[in-house]
Design a protein around this ligand. Structure first.
Ligand code: MN
Length: 203
């Protein structure tokens, strides 16, 4: 089995008070774990077991809904957890900061555009910052789709993911998604996202 369920990179309560321990525990141990289990069950004994997630998603339109939904759920949450840290917040630096300035005008303009996309996305889904043909772009996807999939409008390499499913915030914030988004900026790990950006930029 080429895929493994990743360890959460911090304790359940590490993101408090912005994201509470109960939410992280249920989200990671139940939701994320279930996506992983159902994805590995869906590809068990098939040729997809030997493919990378990038390859699987690049052809996802020809695979089963289980591969799309649970494979997406597996990957999307891997990135979502990676993009947060108790040492997060603040702003990006270096080449990523320059790229954000270049494509959005300023960090504040980027942040406002991303927050608006997250607040206005109808229903469950994810908000992304991706490298698309050399540009940084914000996009949203429904359910567990992501920018690596051949079925989405804006295809690219995602470097930042925000989960706006209600299970990501309901215990603490109930229906107030904008409050969750505002709190989330305090745990965004720009060093990690810079690493994603540099890795993709060097490909
Ligand atoms: Mn989720």
């Amino acid at each position: 089995m080429p895929f493994s369920f990743p360890k959460l990179p911090y304790a359940y309560d590490a993101l408090e008070p912005f994201i509470d321990a109960k939410t992280v525990e249920i989200h990671y141990n139940r939701h994320h774990r279930t996506y992983f289990d159902k994805f590995t069950a869906a590809i068990d004994g098939t040729e997809l077991e030997t493919q990378s997630l990038h390859t699987i998603f690049a052809n996802v339109s020809s695979h089963s809904p289980a591969v799309r939904n649970h494979g997406g759920g597996f990957f999307n949450h891997n990135l979502y957890w990676q993009c947060m840290s108790p040492a997060g917040g603040s702003q990006p630096s270096g080449l990523l900061a320059e790229a954000i300035y270049c494509h959005f005008g300023s960090f504040e303009l980027f942040k406002n555009a991303f927050s608006n996309a997250a607040a206005n996305h109808f229903g469950s889904g994810f908000i992304w910052l991706s490298v698309i043909e050399g540009r940084l772009e914000i996009s949203t996807t429904n359910n567990q789709d992501n920018p690596l999939m051949d079925i989405v409008e804006k295809r690219g390499e995602p470097i930042l993911a925000l989960d706006v499913w209600e299970h990501a915030y309901y215990i603490c914030y109930q229906n107030k998604r904008p409050d969750y988004i505002n709190a989330w900026w305090n745990v965004v790990d720009w060093e990690q996202i810079s690493q994603h950006f540099l890795t993709i930029s060097q490909q």
